[in-house]
Design a protein around this ligand. Structure first.
Ligand SMILES: Nc1nc2c(c(=O)[nH]1)N[C@H]1C(S)=C(S)[C@@H](COP(=O)(O)OP(=O)(O)OC[C@H]3O[C@@H](n4cnc5c(=O)[nH]c(N)nc54)[C@H](O)[C@@H]3O)O[C@H]1N2
Ligand SMILES: Nc1nc2c(c(=O)[nH]1)N[C@H]1C(S)=C(S)[C@@H](COP(=O)(O)OP(=O)(O)OC[C@H]3O[C@@H](n4cnc5c(=O)[nH]c(N)nc54)[C@H](O)[C@@H]3O)O[C@H]1N2
Ligand code: SF4
Ligand SMILES: [Mo]
Length: 684
């Protein structure tokens, strides 16, 4: 028997990008555990990935190409050979290009794998060669990035691990213990030295339960809270005037603007006590090493980017950026750009002379059902994602996918909400069956993933799928067939690739003392942080940070009919977006899809804990069980249906995203999932 230990890196769309080691005996992976030498994840994985091998060897895995035999959506398929499935796709796609032009073909890929090769490399070339439509916008991260970068002039923020030096930690719209769990020990390290942890979230999360203080504003009202905090900071002179004078513009204008934003005014908007706002501001202003941590939770709103633009004003006013353990930290993925040659994956010349229109991945339902779209979408390729479960307006997406004249190709490991609508499914490998490089967005390490086992069944890595499709289409350009090794060599030209392959993890070659704005250096048009910004005003985002209400919110036109704000955040330990919810070992402990209500809202509707209820709005309805407890996670006027259950686990084969809002965010191309209003009623 031969036994090998193979080092790898988790590919999931998760800030932690943990290191793992796979034990392989005679070609079969027999165990997998965290890599104890990984400087960030330190030998631990998570309740999702601890059972990864069950996923790899699951009897439900898709292991051959599949061709549809039943009605669209019925999940009825027959196994086919690669040759037959490729020929069918080449035929149909060739016909569509001839009859409608390349733009009738739309790719939809997300971050189901964050490995650089498998997420987004040869697919760019394949779709450029086809002259397809271009996928734009983002389900995750774009609004946070844009709002931050608009204010700082750059998307770069502090090293999350510097939280360990903080004296005060704000976890603002992020559920660290669930979604970024390997950062928690660094927060505990600060706490052991006396730091206080404050969570600000409309939902009482497991992170809120572990904090020293939990502040629960009404959803989407944080900008008012931030403006009032600035009011207090300026009123009580807790401003670093030297920093402000040297590195910013527009302070006087900001001071006049926030003069009206008294704690009392914000308290009425946010639904929290004015004295809490006073205290938050004073604690923040009196603590040089006050660290603000966030990820993406608050971006999923119509004014999602404004949240981030406003939030970064706080460390700028107090000079918090100067201190290791101070400042502001969100995704640090952008640090990779300086070291990795992402452009080496593109081959834009393959699209020369071909018009390419943008199609929003967030509004794919609209694109599939829009009778005026010219050319209409005639073929859709879905990979690394499950839009019917994860994108908003999912009922519209499902309706689009049922069109007889639409040809849908999905690359998947499992029969997802989306795959069940496909015409052809290609089997995809899992991370332990392929080589890749993984950039992290929750820490500053780069990971390598060594292939541990041969592909299971007839599954192939995504790159191989694009090569096979290009060959089947009769394309001949060599760029379409470049090997993974060759792609990696170019991509990694500027990092220590040898150490990366050897240890499967390296720290990005950045200084230990990162503090990106300790001495100003804001890359805005003026070279200063612009509290009042002419260029943001010109783009329609307001000269100053402003609190705005969403159209689909309390007091808005739909609120008389649909009085409850629906939050659909990630709450499950064992699901990763919609992944894993199809496996019994993960889904059974999470129980049934539910809707949580406060006792007051439940009583007003005659609903008791465990009742069957209908959650609905004009978009659709879902049939779930009510959860009503004495200690709710919600506030009155809000309800929660956690996001993650897949179709086969729900009563009516629908996920919460049939109800959510596909309005794009104020800027950045994010989407307003959480600005969704619903009504809930008991089903008798
Ligand atoms: N277990 C598990 N871990 C995951 C994932 C998963 O599905 N399951 N998904 C991964 C992915 S893709 C991502 S992007 C990250 C996301 O990581 P996070 O950003 O930490 O997670 P979210 O749950 O999207 O949002 C965090 C919190 O934002 C809150 N929030 C929503 N609106 C507002 C608001 O207006 N104001 C404030 N203050 N808070 C608000 C929500 O209630 C939620 O608790 O997590 C990753 N980790
Ligand atoms: N209501 C609501 N909706 C949300 C969110 C929310 O908080 N609330 N969060 C949003 C966020 S932050 C995100 S990031 C999105 C996530 O949305 P998606 O990216 O659609 O997330 P998943 O459901 O995990 O789907 C990933 C799929 O990729 C597949 N996959 C994994 N590896 C590979 C591979 O190597 N090749 C191929 N071909 N496929 C692979 C998996 O099997 C899985 O089905 O959801 C968003 N949707
Ligand atoms: S899903 Fe996240 S926490 Fe779990 S192993 Fe992967 S990177 Fe780590
Ligand atoms: Mo995400």
């Amino acid at each position: 028997m031969t036994t090998r230990i193979v080092l790898g890196t988790c590919h999931h769309d998760c800030p932690d990008s943990c290191g793992w080691q796979v034990t392989v005996e005679d070609g079969r992976a027999v165990s997998m555990r965290g890599n104890p030498d990984h400087p960030y994840s330190q030998g631990e994985l998570c309740p999702k990935v601890n059972r990864f091998l069950d996923r790899v060897y699951s009897p439900d895995r898709i292991l051959t190409p599949l061709i549809r035999t039943g009605a669209k959506g019925d999940a009825q398929f027959r196994a086919a050979s690669w040759a037959e499935a490729l020929a069918l796709v080449a035929d149909r796609v060739g016909e569509i290009v001839r009859d409608w032009g390349g733009q009738a073909i739309v790719p939809w890929g997300d971050a189901g794998t964050q490995g650089s090769l498998m997420m987004n490399s040869l697919d760019r070339r394949f779709f450029a060669r086809l002259g397809s439509s271009i996928q734009v916008d983002s389900l995750c991260g774009a609004a946070a990035l844009s709002g931050t970068a608009a204010a700082l002039g750059s998307p770069l923020t502090c090293d999350p691990l510097d939280v360990r030096y903080a004296d005060l930690v704000f976890l603002w719209g992020t559920n660290t213990r669930l979604t970024n769990r390997h950062l928690w020990p660094f927060i505990e390290e600060a706490r052991a030295k006396g730091a206080r942890v404050i969570v600000i979230d409309p939902v009482r999360t497991i992170t809120a339960d572990a904090a020293d203080q939990f502040v629960q504003p009404l959803p989407g009202t944080d900008v008012a809270l931030m403006l009032a905090m600035m009011h207090v900071l300026i009123r009580d002179d807790l401003v670093d005037h030297d920093y402000v004078q040297r590195h910013t513009t527009g302070f006087d204008e900001l001071a006049r603007h926030v003069a009206d934003w008294t704690p009392a005014r914000a308290a009425a908007v946010c639904g929290i006590d004015a004295h809490i706002i006073e205290q938050l501001a004073r604690d923040y202003g009196n603590t040089p090493k006050a660290f603000i941590r966030t990820l993406i939770g608050a971006e999923h709103r119509e004014h999602g980017a404004q949240f981030f633009r406003t939030l970064v004003c706080l460390p700028t006013l107090t000079g918090g950026w100067k201190h290791k353990g101070g400042g502001f930290s969100r995704s640090v993925g952008s640090y990779n750009n300086a070291f990795l040659d992402d452009d080496s994956f593109s081959a834009p010349h393959l699209a020369a002379g071909k018009p390419r229109r943008p199609i929003s991945m967030n509004q794919i339902g609209r694109a599939l059902t829009d009778p005026t779209l010219d050319p209409p979408v005639k073929a859709l390729f879905v990979y690394n994602g499950n839009p019917v479960a994860t994108a908003p307006e999912a009922a519209t997406i499902a309706r689009g996918l049922q069109r007889d004249d639409l040809f849908t190709v999905v690359s998947e490991q499992f029969m997802t909400d989306t795959a069940r609508f496909a015409d052809v499914i290609f089997p995809a490998t899992t991370q332990i069956e392929q080589n890749d490089v993984v950039t992290a967005w929750g820490h500053l390490h780069l990971g390598f993933n060594h292939q541990a086992i041969e592909p299971v069944g007839e599954s192939v890595p995504n790159t191989e799928l694009w090569r096979r499709l290009a060959r089947a289409m009769g394309f001949t350009e060599p760029e379409l067939f470049e090997s993974d090794e060759s792609l990696l060599t170019k991509y990694l030209a500027d990092v220590d690739a040898e150490a990366l392959r050897r240890d499967a993890v390296i720290h990005l070659p950045l200084p230990d003392d990162l503090r990106p704005y300790a001495d100003g250096g804001f890359a805005t048009p003026s070279g200063r942080f612009e509290f009042a910004s002419a260029h943001l005003e010109a783009q329609g985002h307001g000269r100053l940070p402003e609190y705005r209400q969403p159209i689909e919110g309390p007091g808005g036109p739909a609120s008389a009919k649909y009085p409850l704000v629906l939050m659909s955040p990630k709450i499950h330990q064992r699901f990763l977006n919609s992944s894993y919810s199809h496996l019994d070992a993960h889904a059974n402990p999470e129980g049934e899809m539910y809707c949580e209500l406060t006792t007051t809202d439940a009583a007003a509707r005659g609903i008791a804990d465990g009742d069957r209820v209908r959650v609905f709005n004009d978009r659709d309805s879902i049939d779930v069980v009510a959860r009503v407890t004495a200690r709710p996670r919600t506030r009155d006027g809000m309800t929660i249906v956690p996001f993650g259950w897949t179709w086969s686990r729900t009563r009516d084969r629908k996920t919460v995203n049939v109800l959510t809002n596909d309005t794009l965010t104020d800027w950045g191309g994010g989407v307003a999932y959480y600005d969704t209003l619903v009504q809930v009623e008991r089903v008798s």
